[in-house]
Design a protein around this ligand. Structure first.
Ligand code: A3P
Length: 292
């Protein structure tokens, strides 16, 4: 129990090779996602956890209103752009007005079949996996639904085994990316957003068929900087209840940089990670920025 609230008994429970979290996800709900009827206006943001999901939630919310933050600062980004695996009932999806913008950490095999017929749009956001690992380590310390790791080394092992929500990072990105030509698909990286948020916002707007003036792009960028999101309770998850996030043990907008892994990985862990990366990614035409 925490803060007078009952905390459910959260556990990772594999479903078709993918870990769901009991108490939050239901296998039945996840299974029916494939049959959802997709509209051309639907937008799905796909991420492995800790790759900048919240950032895209804020950016897409702002693009919809052409940068006018006053039009969105009355609802949590996570309510406006929910996770399909979290609030995933079909009735909710069917009755939602267009454009339906959703995020998910699910693997490719659970996706609505309509997306593969080039209906709707898919934005895959990737982040270099060493920083993902470090960000995820910190997230485990305050996400109530995830087991608090004993220490960094323990978490490093769990991540390498794919024994986390999201499972194996390599599997997630490789499978989604290899099917990209079946979908209206845009690939963006966290690192590109750090280096040149303006260009990424412009690229995303164009992909969505929204014409924003440079002034409107400026506004979107301004309201989605790390600092402004960290100070914005509608965008920083500080209002997510204690039954999900224990805000005394961490902050969602934690550091927001490239290369924090260097402060955590030992030389041996880094070598091991590099070997795994080279092996797993050898046929994948993607590369990452690992430090600033
Ligand atoms: P860190 O823990 O490295 O700081 P997700 O939403 O997928 O869980 O991703 C969360 C990560 O994205 C956190 O990484 C968070 O700080 C970072 N992030 C979110 N918004 C950001 C922004 N505007 N600029 C930079 N990083 C951001």
């Amino acid at each position: 129990e925490s803060g007078g609230q009952m905390i459910p008994d959260y556990k990772l429970v594999p479903h078709k090779g993918f870990n769901l979290i009991s108490g939050i996800h239901s296998p039945e709900e996840v299974e029916q996602i494939q049959n959802w009827k997709i509209r051309d206006t639907d937008i799905f943001v796909i991420t492995y956890p800790k790759s900048g999901t919240i950032w895209l939630q804020q950016i897409l919310s702002l693009i919809e209103v052409k940068g006018d933050a006053t039009a969105i600062n009355d609802q949590l980004t996570s309510e406006r752009i929910p996770w399909i695996e979290l609030m995933g009932s079909e009735e909710k999806f069917v009755s939602a007005p267009s454009p339906r913008i959703r995020v998910t950490h699910l693997q490719y095999k659970f996706m609505p079949l309509g997306l593969k017929k080039k209906k709707g749009k898919v934005i895959y956001v990737a982040r270099n996996p060493k920083d993902v690992l470090v960000s995820y380590f910190h997230f485990h310390k305050y996400a109530t639904m995830l087991e608090t790791p004993k220490d960094f080394d323990t978490f490093f092992e769990k991540f390498m085994e794919g024994n986390v929500y999201g499972n194996c990072w390599f599997e997630h990105i490789k499978t989604w990316y290899s099917h990209k030509d079946e979908m209206n698909f845009l690939y963006v990286t966290y690192e590109d957003m750090i280096k040149d948020l303006w260009s990424v916002v412009e690229k995303v707007s164009l992909f969505l068929g929204k014409t924003l003036t440079p002034q409107q792009v400026n506004k979107v960028v301004e309201h989605s900087t790390f600092k402004n999101m960290k100070d914005n309770p509608w965008a920083n998850y500080q209002m997510i209840p204690r039954s999900l996030l224990n805000h005394q043990h961490g902050t969602f907008l934690r550091k927001g940089t490239i290369g924090d892994w260097k402060n955590y990985f030992t030389v041996a862990q880094n070598e091991r990670f590099d070997r795994a990366y080279q092996q797993e990614m050898k046929d994948v035409p993607l590369s990452f920025i690992w430090d600033m």
